[in-house]
Design a protein around this ligand. Sequence first.
Ligand SMILES: NC(=O)c1ccc[n+]([C@@H]2O[C@H](COP(=O)([O-])OP(=O)(O)OC[C@H]3O[C@@H](n4cnc5c(N)ncnc54)[C@H](OP(=O)(O)O)[C@@H]3O)[C@@H](O)[C@H]2O)c1
Length: 229
Amino acid sequence: MHTPNILIAGASRGIGLGLVETWLIKGARVRALIRSPNATLLQLHDRFHTQLSLIEADMTADDCIHKVLADLGDEQLDMLVLNAGQYGPAAQDVLTTSSTEVADLFMTNAIAPMRLARALQDRVLSSGVIAFMSSQMASVELALARDMPLYGASKAALNSLIRSWSHSADAPKASLLALHPGWVKTDMGGEQAPVEIADSVNGLIQVMEKQAGRGGCYFRSYDQQVLAW
Ligand SMILES: NC(=O)c1ccc[n+]([C@@H]2O[C@H](COP(=O)([O-])OP(=O)(O)OC[C@H]3O[C@@H](n4cnc5c(N)ncnc54)[C@H](OP(=O)(O)O)[C@@H]3O)[C@@H](O)[C@H]2O)c1
């Protein structure tokens, strides 16, 4: 039987860590891209040492792609998940935010994930999936980002890059997904979030696995809903 080969970028905590753990339990080979290891990841590494490798890299750093390619060797991926993201400045106000904060937000949430995906596109099987962790806040149509406009704009930029790529001459053969994980109880989502990490992760995995081999580019929620771009 084929062992799924998976790379998750932004895997140290929250949804990314949940994806790592769940896929390891399902028997997959997992590469976790992290800025630095923590106790939970090191325990997982001990428990699943033949399945899990840790790649230490900052998604926004110039050497990130080089480190990932070096770790990958000549292997092909079934799933590439670009999960890393940040909320940006607490005030979410263009009047008060600094240019550095905005640059860091858009770099982390839009440019760096797309750059890594483009660099790895030939390493993802045509039957595979390239999934980006977006948000329903990205939807210009739904207009839900009133209270977090900068975060929403950064995820809208990500979605725009995904759709442009899917329509370009350089579009990957693998399926492309922009995913909304729900409002999830993580450091970013906060304690009051209604969705548990495990429920989000199980739903996201179902959406990704169902898309494998089908091609195309879709914006989907963890609970199988189709979202308006
Ligand atoms: N939670 C929600 O309700 C919600 C809703 C919609 C969308 N999302 C999206 O889902 C994704 C995961 O969210 P979460 O709630 O799990 O967030 P989280 O708990 O804040 O975790 C964010 C993850 O991204 C990593 N990361 C951030 N910047 C990075 C960089 N430059 N290089 C490498 N890793 C980086 C963090 O690593 P460190 O530990 O090194 O900081 C961490 O693993 C994000 O893209 C987020 O925007 C979340």
